[in-house]
Design a protein around this ligand. Structure first.
Ligand SMILES: [Zn+2]
Length: 208
């Protein structure tokens, strides 16, 4: 369900396009992602590129810290349903969980949860010459960079077999409303259908 910011004087227009009124929260909303492109001007947060629908996964993987060699837990994001909006185009991910390294902005309650359980914070990467919210080793605090974790063949989030998929734990978070995001970096692995089949999936009850 996507919430809309419809000014009073445009309500008939929104209604005609299929928006519905929720009297409890006093907002207009739409439910079919295939029609979201018709409601762009009313989407909260202004300039929008990505809308995450229904659910989001916090994905936990295991890796070896390159510096202290300890086995550590690191996280990414699992995305199963998402609408991507381009200037005149709209694209869907629907049905297969893919793993992302970045969602921006991260909802505050989710970020708090992550930072309580993982060593995840703003870190400077020499490789890209900028800082970003990144995984770190809980023992020696070394940056575990996104390339190392997501894109190399032996990365924990690079899925190429049932075995690599079964090493993941997915925490499933139900979204009360679709999440409007500025940026998402997601990989589309050809073997990603193994994730839902083989990984451990646990419901995580936090309210975003
Ligand atoms: Zn370490």
């Amino acid at each position: 369900m996507l919430l809309l910011n419809v000014p009073y004087e445009e309500k008939e227009e929104a209604k005609k396009l299929g928006a519905k009124w929720n009297p409890e929260i006093k907002k207009w909303y739409v439910t079919n992602p295939k029609t979201y492109g018709n409601f762009l001007k009313w989407i909260e947060g202004g300039e929008v590129s990505y809308i995450l629908c229904d659910e989001l996964y916090l994905v936990e993987g295991k890796t070896q810290c390159y510096r202290c060699k300890q086995q550590i837990s690191v996280i990414g994001y699992g995305i199963k349903k998402m609408v991507t909006l381009y200037e005149d185009d709209i694209e869907f991910i629907d049905g297969t969980i893919h793993i992302g390294s970045i969602i921006d902005p991260i909802p505050e309650t989710l970020l708090k949860y992550i930072q309580k359980h993982y060593n995840y914070k703003m870190r400077y990467s020499k490789t890209i010459g900028d800082q970003y919210l990144a995984n770190g080793c809980p023992n020696c605090d070394s940056l575990q960079g996104n390339f190392f974790l997501f894109q190399e063949v032996d990365s924990p989030f690079f899925i190429d077999s049932d075995e690599t998929a079964s090493n993941l734990t997915l925490y499933k978070i139900k979204l009360p409303y679709d999440l409007v995001l500025r940026n998402v970096e997601v990989g589309y692995g050809s073997e990603d259908d193994r994730i839902e089949k083989c990984a451990k999936i646990i419901s995580l009850d936090i309210r975003l």
